[in-house]
Design a protein around this ligand. Structure first.
Ligand code: DMJ
Length: 434
């Protein structure tokens, strides 16, 4: 393995390669399709918010790409506008754009970014305030305030306390944090006698729709992540005690071992019995770092090792596997960052060199298989050789994969590696140094 500084420089070069593709073919649009050289709208067909620009702000900052960051600030100053007559998915808007603007504000000190984050949050808050239970609707029309889709899931209900808690702190207005806490309360009040939660929740009826608990897989994943964050980043004791009780139950009923590897099974939340399905998605790989941060380090490290075995088998981790056999159920690779996310946090938690080694292995696989002339792309299938490219660079990869890898190897004074906190989309909400 090359030295850390060499790897950091290589990661930065690859980020710039991807960024140049976005600038050339999709500047100001949400995302780039690097093979066709066309733009892609993420939230609303026919309207882009400049999502990739918002997602990239703090990555550009920590990498010292100041000229690029200046161009983003200039673009946002004239184009940032959430007064749009369109339905937007609240969860995605919060973790990507509210958080992206907050991180951008921390990186640049530009007040209009904080104002933009607040304006967007105010437009999304109807999802919570129009709900009879406090658990949010999934979509809000940003201009009219109309809401829709009462059938929601844990991740979309409970992944906002970091952004809303931070907004309440920055603005002095408690309404954001209050909305997040009410949403948690509505769901957690319905936990079973085993302290397990199901996954899908009817926010109008205030009850679970079916009994299957898929945690820590999606779409439950970041619900648990934000409970811990509510404590670690915001110091909310209630958040910690919820995290502890729910995690104790999760670990008691869901951990399974197959061929020496640790996985999490799906269960019926009322009985704790297996729901039969042995699939697990790459999205759950983030849980290695979360459960380790929360104090269950051995479980986190073992879960990380399980995913490393999948990485070794396929070179890049497919979207969904069967944990009994490690066979790919969905062979796509959507530039997912969760494995790198766990490597990042576990490295700073343990300083065990295996996290750097496996992160470097992941980086070289990414470069070998996802790099195209005009950037980086998703893959349709990791199983054939060569792997089959798709045609999209998801905006989260500007915020996540390259940032995690870079910060693991770079010694930058712009990042406090001992007192940081990132949201589920990789936004540095604590730990940027100016
Ligand atoms: C990101 O948008 C966030 O990490 C989210 O919590 C789930 N995962 C995607 C990227 O895979």
């Amino acid at each position: 393995m090359p030295g850390a500084a060499t790897i950091a420089a290589a990661v930065r070069d690859e980020f710039v390669h991807a960024w140049n593709g976005y600038k050339q073919f999709a500047w100001g649009f949400d995302e780039v399709k690097p093979i066709s050289g066309t733009p892609h709208d993420f939230f609303v067909t026919g309207h882009s918010f400049g999502l990739s620009i918002i997602e990239a702000l703090d990555t550009l900052y920590v990498m010292g790409l100041d000229t690029e960051l200046d161009a983003c600030v200039t673009w946002l100053r004239t184009h940032l506008d959430f007064n749009v007559d369109a339905d937007v998915q609240m969860f995605e808007a919060v973790i990507r754009m509210v958080a992206g603007l907050l991180a951008g504000y921390y990186a640049t000190g530009e007040r209009f970014m904080l104002d933009g984050a607040r304006d967007l949050a105010d437009r999304l808050l109807v999802c919570f305030t129009k709900s009879p239970t406090g658990a949010p609707y999934r979509f809000a029309n940003l201009r009219t305030g109309a809401v829709r889709d009462p059938k929601n899931n844990l991740a979309e209900i409970g992944s906002n306390i970091l952004e809303f808690g931070d907004l309440s702190r920055l603005t002095g207005d408690p309404k954001y944090l209050r909305a997040s806490m009410r949403a948690y309360e509505a769901v957690i009040a319905k936990r079973s006698s085993l302290d397990l939660l199901a996954t899908n929740f009817d926010i109008e009826a205030g009850s679970f729709i079916d009994p299957i608990d898929v945690a820590p897989d999606e779409p439950a994943d970041s619900f648990y992540e934000y409970l811990w964050g509510g404590w670690q980043m915001l110091g909310i004791a209630q958040s910690r005690s919820w995290y502890r009780a729910l995690t104790d139950a999760l670990l008691k009923y869901k951990v399974v071992h197959v061929d020496g590897r640790l996985w999490f099974r799906q269960v019926n939340y009322l009985t704790g019995e297996s729901a039969g399905d042995t699939q697990i998605s790459e999205l759950s790989a983030f849980y290695a770092e979360l459960v380790a941060k929360g104090g269950d380090r051995a479980i986190g490290e073992a879960f990380y090792d399980s995913w490393t075995d999948v990485l070794n088998r396929y070179t890049l981790i497919p979207e969904v596997i069967d944990y009994q056999t490690l066979d790919a159920v969905d062979g796509a690779y959507r530039l997912r960052p969760e494995y790198a996310n766990s490597a990042f946090d576990l490295w700073f938690l343990t300083h065990d060199d295996r996290y750097r080694r496996t992160a470097y292995q992941y980086f070289t696989a990414l470069r070998a298989n996802c790099r195209v002339t005009n950037g980086y792309t998703n893959l349709l299938d990791v199983r054939p050789f060569p792997m089959i490219p798709d045609d999209l660079f998801p905006a989260y990869a500007f915020s996540e994969n390259f940032k995690y890898l870079y910060l693991m190897f770079a010694e930058t004074t712009r990042f406090d590696s001992e007192h940081y906190y990132l949201n589920t989309e990789g936004k540095v909400l604590r730990g940027l140094r100016r």
